[in-house]
Design a binder for this molecule. Structure first.
Ligand code: HSE
Length: 320
């Protein structure tokens, strides 16, 4: 591809933590944002889709800002950009909308300059901005990732999820800022709780890697964030306790919430029963929510083949 030509990238949503893997495990989901980027005489930003209403369309826009970080890091100057974005990922619900914007913007900017930076560099720059690698790693690489961040460098290993794995997400209508859901957490944990989480997170990675589905319900238990966040999401404790009885392999708060995510074996799914249980429990607490069945996204962020002259939204609709 020639540098500075129009690029269109597709970036998946993600779920973080998967229960015990706080700030370390992530999984990409088949729900997407699309970003178009090209060099321009003057910056213009167009947003499509209900999910993006209220987002700035000037140089304060996150996509614009992260693109400039990539250009700075690569030592090139592309000060004015034409950006378009469409997203199906709901904002501030725990499905990695901000991580997908960061990764999408960085990936598009890097594609625009002929992939000057390696993928790992994008991962590290995105993690430095998000402060945790789980959502950005999943959106960038796809599949399931186990990742670390030492404050300077991010490392990861990607697993391909079982083809039989699917998820059911229950998305409450209310928004929950990640900052609020992080501020509610204690600064210190007992040795017992630390060991509990390290062991359960390790067991979960091993269960997912070996497709040992029977172990998932035990492995997804957590003691360092969900018990504290439960006070912000009425009905959550009951859902975490009982979802496995209604056919889930395991269940967790998705990222910082408020979305809840059940892992499900497609071959044994009691779809309606599980969906009904989640909705009934939330509705009893006066929470309006919607559900979506989402397969893991095997692919991470990709550049779509461009057909010259095609409008951005036509390319997006053609892909959906
Ligand atoms: N690991 C993060 C958290 C994900 O749970 O706070 C949310 O962005």
């Amino acid at each position: 591809m020639n540098a500075y030509e129009r690029v269109i990238v597709k970036v998946p949503a993600s779920t973080a933590n998967l229960g015990p893997g706080f700030d370390t495990l992530g999984m990409a989901l088949q729900l997407y944002s699309y970003i178009e980027m090209s060099a321009a005489e003057e910056t213009s930003i167009s947003l499509y889709g209900e999910e993006l209403s209220g987002i700035p369309t000037d140089k304060r826009n996150l996509i614009y800002k992260v693109a400039q970080m990539i250009f700075d890091d690569a030592g090139v100057s592309v000060p004015e950009l034409r950006i378009s974005m469409y997203s199906d990922i709901p904002l501030t619900r725990g499905l990695g909308s901000s991580a997908s914007a960061i990764i999408g913007g960085m990936f598009a900017a890097n594609a625009l300059i002929g992939y000057a930076l390696p993928q790992e560099r994008i991962f590290t720059l995105a993690t430095a901005l998000e402060k945790h690698p789980d959502n950005v790693g999943a959106s960038l690489y796809g599949g399931i990732i186990a990742a670390t961040w030492d404050g300077t460098q991010a490392h990861h290993i990607r697993l391909t999820p079982s083809p039989h794995l699917t998820t059911l997400v229950a998305i409450p209508q209310f928004q929950l800022a990640t900052e609020k859901a992080r501020n509610i957490l204690p600064q210190q944990f007992s040795m017992g709780d630390a060991i509990f989480n390290v062991s359960h997170s390790s067991l979960l990675v091993a269960a997912l890697a070996t497709e040992n589905f029977g172990m998932i319900r035990h492995a997804m238990r957590d003691r360092i964030h969900q018990p504290y966040r439960a006070s912000l999401i009425p009905g959550m404790s009951e859902i975490l306790d009982k979802a496995a009885d209604y056919g889930a392999l395991g269940i967790a708060l998705s990222g910082a919430g408020p979305t809840l995510i059940a892992l499900v074996d497609e071959r044994e799914s009691r779809e309606e029963q599980l969906e009904q249980f989640l909705m009934d429990t939330l509705n009893r607490e006066q929470i309006t929510a919607s559900t979506l069945w989402l397969k893991p996204s095997i692919e991470g962020t990709v550049a779509l083949p461009d057909i010259e002259g095609r409008m951005f939204m036509d390319v997006v609709k053609g892909d959906m």
